[in-house]
Design a protein around this ligand. Structure first.
Ligand SMILES: [Zn+2]
Length: 220
């Protein structure tokens, strides 16, 4: 009983230096204050590493999903007043001042312009976009067993662009040769597209497929 009582009162400042922003500002110049802060941080960080690293979906002010971050970072954004929790899980973290429900989805309070993401056109990113699946036979392979295919062959003027490059297994690549898919009698699984926010959203969907609370936002 006594233990339980103590446990309930024990401060658990789980989110580190941001747990006491006011203190940090007021006593920032004081070495004593800084030392106290950092000694408080270590204890809970060791206690709940997994919760603080759990993924959190970040929405723009318009509810459009834009990113995935960790609980720790999400709490910083919330405490700064930059974001608010839209969904929480049933865990709480404790700062020196208050208990906060661990967010599962947060939303930025003011709209942030997200530039049209143009990821570097690279073999790695093409494989990532196509999820290591041959775009002709649909089978997945290790990266080492894949090549890139120019849908319209280079010899026929096909360019190295997002829209003309696909992940391809060696078997299909040999079969296709210097022909178009139509000429070779094979079919593209889907039209290749640039790796954009849309693609990123698909990846978020994969990351968040275990978290039911993400779903309604991911089909934005
Ligand atoms: Zn194939």
């Amino acid at each position: 009983m006594d233990n339980r009582h103590k446990g309930g009162l024990r401060p658990r400042p789980s989110f580190g230096p941001i747990g006491a922003p006011g203190v940090g500002q007021e006593h920032g110049a004081s070495p004593g204050g800084a030392a106290l802060d950092s000694s408080r941080v270590k204890q809970p960080a060791a206690k709940r590493p997994s919760v603080m690293q759990s993924p959190v979906l970040v929405l723009n002010a318009t509810f459009e999903p834009i990113n995935v971050t960790a609980v720790r970072r999400a709490l910083v954004l919330m405490l700064k007043g930059v974001a608010q929790a839209e969904e929480t899980n049933h865990t709480e973290v404790h700062s020196t001042q208050k208990a906060i429900q661990v967010p599962s989805v947060i939303r930025l309070l003011s709209y942030r312009h997200i530039p049209q993401q143009s990821r570097a056109l690279s073999r790695k990113n093409i494989l990532l976009r196509d999820r290591n699946a041959c775009q002709f036979c649909a089978r997945a392979f290790p990266a080492s067993e894949m090549t890139l295919d120019h849908v319209m062959p280079r010899s026929r003027g096909g360019r190295s662009t997002w829209e003309n490059l696909v992940a391809c297994c060696y078997t299909c690549n040999n079969r296709k040769g210097d022909r178009t898919p139509e000429e070779a009698g094979i079919k593209l699984q889907r039209r290749p597209r640039p790796f954009t926010l849309h693609t990123s959203r698909q990846l978020m969907r994969l990351i968040g497929h275990r978290d039911e609370k993400w779903r309604k936002y991911l089909f934005y």
